[in-house]
Design a protein around this ligand. Sequence first.
Ligand SMILES: Nc1nc2c(ncn2[C@@H]2O[C@H](COP(=O)(O)OP(=O)(O)OP(=O)(O)O)[C@@H](O)[C@H]2O)c(=O)[nH]1
Ligand SMILES: [Mg+2]
Length: 294
Amino acid sequence: MKVGFVSILGLPNVGKSTLINAILSKKVSIVTSKSQTTRDAIMGVYNEKDLQIVYIDTPGLFPGDEALYQMMEKSARRSMSGVDVILYVIDSTSKNYSKDDETLASIKSDAPIILLFNKIDDVRVEQMEALLAHYNEKYPNYEKIQISAKTNFGLKDIKNAVVAHLSEGLPYYPEDVITDKDKPFMAKEAIREELLRFLKDEIPHECAVEITSYEEKDGGIFIKATIVAEKEGHKAIIIGKGGDMIKKISMSTRHNLEKMWQSHVTLICRVECVPGWRNDPRKLQKLGYGREDN
Ligand SMILES: Nc1nc2c(ncn2[C@@H]2O[C@H](COP(=O)(O)OP(=O)(O)OP(=O)(O)O)[C@@H](O)[C@H]2O)c(=O)[nH]1
Ligand SMILES: [Mg+2]
């Protein structure tokens, strides 16, 4: 059978997580309209008869100042070592090519790079022509595929292009393994997704979530989580008037987890203020960021 590893890279918000979910027909990675949603490398395994492709979704390549962003960038760059193919996702609706040019130039890998022009459902013909002209001139030897991760357009072309670069081998994972992340990780991400959805501006970006207790008992799943905020003011906003906001976030997360797991979920969230957590390596480690396996 054909087997291999494929890293999905690109700037923040270009649709990398939407793509891995579309390829797997399963949600392994959270998606929001905000940049820097994904903070960890997340593996998703695609199985077909005589084929296993291990995709790795990564944090957007973004050189931020805080230790958290540096760890996220490191995690994305680590994910390109030893892979068979790199899928570099480009947001076709963006007219600024320079950041992608800079980032592509910084990728040091022997793996073939396939450029995926995403969001073509949302782009005008003239803009698409200008974009293709730029990349055809600058990267004549890279394969290029136009896709829409949102509408599943081009997924078959991606698979065919990837398979052409894979070798024969034994599967890396049993067929029932879909991701390397466990349920507590998924719960943490589901809470982060709702924080990003309900809260404005920098607040969700300055939050982390720690799952302090996870138990499966009596046919249900019981989760306790702490939302870590940077500032007391943020903590107050996350809690909301009379606890309104935290209630909304918890209920919505619980609903999403129950839908995903088809199981009854009890979720208790509390909010804590930990100033400077994004720049403190020990606190980052405690919150699960910056480990070599991420
Ligand atoms: N119109 C359109 N929007 C898309 C498409 N793919 C993704 N999006 C949207 O783009 C936004 C970002 O998607 P994500 O999948 O979270 O992007 P990402 O690259 O994983 O972002 P980070 O994790 O922040 O690096 C979301 O609002 C998606 O719905 C697409 O094919 N077409
Ligand atoms: Mg993402």
